[in-house]
Design a protein around this ligand. Structure first.
Ligand code: NAD
Ligand code: LMR
Length: 337
């Protein structure tokens, strides 16, 4: 009996909350490697009162399975031809639909397949749930987020405060990798990661993390750490050897970001997390979307923070990220046009 009570307490403690609020959340791509564990984690989140699971394959099965978990909240699964039904009354839409990488591929190599998947899903959200907050996981994030923005813009439903590229996995990795070098607990080791979500566009601001001081002091260790954060995705792709990319750590990261947003939507103050959003920070340089610390509020993005003080190395990293980001963003905008 004690074991059962303890087991029940563990996953729900992973989510921060004070009082429940009724929020209907949809996962588009719920049958996939990310979609399945993410749906389970969202079911465990007390702030999610209803889960709508959609995929072109397998969502009703995943929903039936998850619906047996003995926590409150309803779960419904929708097959390929029921996207509109899946989106009815939804306030938050999380999108992990699309193909993952295989060894030797870049995220940009996924563009040809994933761009149209994301475009069509965005059009459906715009039509059925035009006020929903949209969290994009599908790669290449640097291009898929601008695609969603363009689709919504054309439909007259775009609100930059409600569109997020999920870059939380980079933040999670940075915290974990740094902690293993510095001997700290990841729970207290927060790293701000800015820019975008691929290779050189991933810029960890380690100089702003007190626990990183000794690591930064050694040039070789610092450079290796930055490289590992920028190419952490490749590590998983290589290890999975053709069976896909990060799914479990990604589901964890997406559930964490969703919980931050849900808490902000219900009025919790002071929630600041990085996310790839429409941003004024590098607009003058021609980069319209950028990930930096975002203060979340009851309507989504409440404030976009600047980058703060950067080391000389970080200034170089940002400089290197901008042209690549600009290219990725332009590609998305051009496609949607
Ligand atoms: P997967 O192949 O295991 O699952 C993808 C799911 O999407 C499948 O179930 C598929 O049926 C579904 N799908 C395809 N077209 C669809 C459509 N039109 N509507 C609804 N569902 C559709 O892949 P995965 O490992 O879950 O990865 C999904 C995406 O997430 C990939 O593009 C991957 O690169 C990306 N990803 C992003 C991050 C990040 O940090 N943002 C991290 C990991 C993976
Ligand atoms: C990741 O960072 O793990 C994801 O973007 C998946 C990938 O292709 O590496």
């Amino acid at each position: 009996m004690l074991a059962r009570t303890a087991l029940r307490a563990i996953p729900r403690r992973a989510f921060s909350t004070s009082a429940p609020r009724q929020t209907k959340v949809a996962v588009l791509g719920a049958g996939g490697g990310i979609g399945q564990p993410l749906s389970l984690l969202l079911k465990m989140d007390p702030l999610v009162s209803s889960l709508s699971l959609y995929d072109i394959r397998g969502a009703p099965g995943v929903a039936a399975d998850i619906s047996h978990v003995d926590v409150a909240g309803e779960v419904n699964g929708y097959p390929a031809d029921k996207l509109e039904d899946a989106l009815k009354g939804v306030e938050v839409v999380v999108i992990p639909a699309g193909v993952p990488r295989k060894p030797g591929m870049t995220r940009d190599d996924l563009f040809n397949t994933n761009a149209s998947i994301v475009r069509d899903l965005a059009a459906a959200v715009s039509k059925t749930a035009p006020k929903a907050h949209i969290l994009v996981i599908s790669n290449p994030v640097n291009s898929t987020v601008p695609i969603v923005a363009s689709v919504l813009e054309k439909a007259g439903t775009f609100d930059p405060a409600r569109l997020f590229g999920v870059t939380t996995l980079d933040v999670v990795r940075a915290s974990r990798f740094l902690s293993s070098l510095a001997g700290t607990d990841p729970k207290d080791t927060h790293v701000t990661v800015v820019g975008g979500h691929s290779g050189v566009t991933i810029v960890p601001l380690l100089s702003q993390t007190p626990q990183a001081k000794s690591v930064i002091a050694n040039k070789e260790t610092y450079e290796k750490l930055v490289n590992r954060i920028q190419y952490g995705g490749d590590e998983v792709v290589k290890a999975k050897d053709g069976a896909g990319s990060a799914t479990l750590s990604m589901a964890f990261a997406a559930a964490k970001f969703t919980n931050s947003l849900l808490r902000a939507l219900k009025g919790e103050k002071g929630i600041v997390v990085p996310s790839f959003v429409k941003s004024p920070l590098f607009e003058k340089e021609g980069v319209e979307f950028f990930s930096s610390n975002i203060e979340l509020g009851p309507n989504g993005v409440a404030k976009i923070h600047g980058l703060g003080e950067l080391s000389a190395e970080e200034q170089e990293l940002v400089k290197a990220a901008l042209p690549e980001l600009q290219k990725n963003i332009e590609k998305g905008v051009k496609f949607a046009a």
